[in-house]
Each structure stands twice: as structure tokens, then as C-alpha cells.
Design a protein around this ligand. Structure first.
Ligand code: HSE
Length: 310
């Protein structure tokens, strides 16, 4: 038996919900924007191979790869002597702000759970995904793994037995995402943030996030856009992302409705409900925000499905 799984790219934070909100991405043109992992039986041991546009950026020792470590964990936990062949198709750049490590971890754990006939239920598997992804990013936050696994726009609840839940999103919105081609580590981008925030900032954060969630349920797009503001991370991270502030201003001039940092960057997202404006924004980003041939951009909708067998 062989299982192959696709896990989509994701935007952590979605600007307004630092560590608490995340969304999965589906390029409008149907291109793959996420990693794939296959699991099948082997005569013995755990064997990992890799392919894909970003495979050359992975650790050269397969045992250092998180996908290998996920398989090792499953084999030990289930006390299985069964040999495993794993293949990772690495379609997302590491350190991009598109949930690259989450995509590999989620695809691997989902595929292993299917292969071993679902020993983990959804919440237990999500908890495991958060723990593994936290080993790479330096701290456990679910705003990439949750949408990557479950799709759509996910709000972190951290309630007993319920890590997150989907909230309604605006189906008319286009999310233009642009990755400039440089890599920034999440741990370093987290280190830029202050240890403490002013009371006024804490109140603004709570107000904007709760108003955004309220507006999402009301499907009040104008209200949602007016509060889609990042008061916790963007003020401290913008400087560390070359060209971000200029791009944000230029995108507003082009008529984009709001722009923010995807996860910890350097990918940015920009929102519009008009396809022609999205295309203009994408052309501007391709010409001005991308710094090398590694960079790319996509016009996306949200991926409703999340991780799935393929
Ligand atoms: N919420 C995390 C952060 C996402 O902003 O550090 C990282 O992708």
C-alpha cells in the first residue's frame, strides 16, 4: 500500500491575528503550492528521498529532515518493525513565510497516520503537528499547521480538546502573495519582537482581532478590511524585510484593499475583490518586490480542503 498526501501553503497571522489566525492558500491557476509526501512499505529501515524545486535546500543528511523524524516517531510510538520508504516533494521554499515547515510536517504526519490506519484522531494529530513544527520554528504556534491541515481560515482557540476552529472567510477576496526569493528564519523574526507591549497596543490587538472575527461571521467585508491591522509584529518586522514598506505603499496606490506580512515573512499578502486589480498588483510585485529568480507570486483563493490524499 502507498499513501501520497498534499499539504497546502499557509499564511500565519493573516496580519490581524498574531499566532492565532491562519489561512490555507490555493493558487487561482491550479498550480501546486504545497509539499507532497508519499509513504510505502520498505524491506527495512526508514528511507527518505526528496525531489521538487526546493529539495536542494533540505539538510543533506535525511535523518536531519523533519519528515524522517516524523516517520521515526510513528514507528517508535506504534512499536512497528515495518520498513518505510518516504518521498518528500519539496514545493515550498524554507523560511518564506508560506508555512514551508508546516507543510512538510503536516503532509508527513497525515500520510503516516493514513498509512498506519489512523491511530491518531484529528485533534491528537494536530497537537503532534504543532509539536513537530515547533521544533523547527522555535516555538509551538498552530497558525500554519492548523490551516494547512484543515483548510480555510482557522482561529486558534487553545481550549481543552479544541485547538482551533474554522471561521467564515470572504470568498470574493483574492489574496496576492509574493515571495521575494530570500529566506528569513521564523526564530530570528520572532526575536525582533518586544518582550512586552503597552496596554494600549494589547487593547488594540484584542479589538482588531475580535472585530475581524465578528466581521467574518457577519460577512461585513468593509469592517473586516478596516480592522485587518497588525499592531504586534509588522511594526518590528517591516524593516527586516527588504522592500516591504515600499511595496505596501505601492499596492495601496494600485487600489489593493490591505497588505500584510504572511507569517514571519518575507512573503507578503495583499487583498482585493477585483481580479484585474490583483493582476496589476501581481505584475508590480514581480517587477519590484522579487529580488532574484527564486522569487514568485500567485493570485490565490483560500484552500478550503486543507491536506488531502492525492
Ligand atoms: N505566527 C508565527 C510568527 C508564524 O509570526 O512568528 C510564523 O510563520
Amino acid at each position: 500500500m502507498s499513501v501520497t498526501v498534499y499539504a497546502p501553503a499557509s499564511m500565519g497571522n493573516v496580519g490581524v491575528g498574531f499566532d492565532l489566525l491562519g489561512a490555507a492558500l490555493a493558487p487561482l491557476d491550479g498550480q501546486l503550492l504545497g509539499d507532497k509526501v508519499s509513504v510505502s512499505a520498505a524491506a527495512q529501515g526508514i528511507n527518505l528521498t526528496a525531489s521538487g524545486r526546493w529539495a536542494d535546500k533540505l539538510p543533506s543528511d535525511p535523518q536531519q529532515n523533519i519528515v524522517y523524524q516524523c516517520a521515526q516517531f510513528f514507528a517508535e510510538k506504534l512499536n512497528s518493525q515495518q520498513g518505510l520508504n518516504l518521498h518528500l516533494q519539496k514545493n515550498l521554499p524554507v523560511g518564506s513565510g508560506l508555512g514551508s515547515s508546516a507543510s512538510s510536517v503536516v503532509a508527513a504526519l497525515y500520510a503516516l497516520n493514513e498509512y498506519f490506519e489512523q491511530p491518531y484522531d484529528q485533534q491528537a494529530l494536530l497537537k503532534l503537528m504543532g509539536d513537530f513544527e515547533g521544533q523547527i520554528s522555535g516555538s509551538v504556534h498552530y497558525d500554519n499547521v492548523a490551516p494547512c491541515y484543515l483548510g480555510g481560515m482557522q482561529l486558534m482557540l487553545d481550549a481543552p480538546g479544541k485547538i482551533c476552529d474554522a471561521i467564515p472567510h470572504f470568498k470574493q477576496w483574492y489574496w496576492v502573495v509574493a515571495y521575494p526569493g530570500i529566506s528569513l528564519s521564523t526564530a530570528k523574526m520572532r526575536a525582533l519582537l518586544p518582550e512586552q507591549y503597552d496596554k494600549a497596543v494589547a487593547i488594540d490587538f484584542g479589538r482588531y482581532l475580535s472585530a475581524f472575527v465578528h466581521a467574518s461571521y457577519q460577512q461585513d467585508s468593509q469592517l473586516a478590511l478596516s480592522v485587518l491591522k497588525d499592531v504586534l509584529a509588522e511594526p518590528y518586522r517591516a524593516e527586516g524585510i527588504p522592500g516591504y514598506s515600499d511595496a505596501r505603499a505601492a499596492l495601496a496606490d494600485l487600489g489593493m484593499l490591505t497588505t500584510g506580512i504572511s507569517g514571519s515573512g518575507p512573503t507578503l499578502f495583499s487583498v482585493t475583490d477585483d481580479l484585474a486589480t490583483a493582476q496589476k498588483a501581481q505584475a508590480w510585485l514581480d517587477a519590484h518586490y522579487l529580488v532574484n529568480e527564486q522569487g514568485f507570486s500567485h493570485i490565490c483563493k483560500l484552500d478550503e480542503q486543507g491536506t488531502r490524499r492525492c
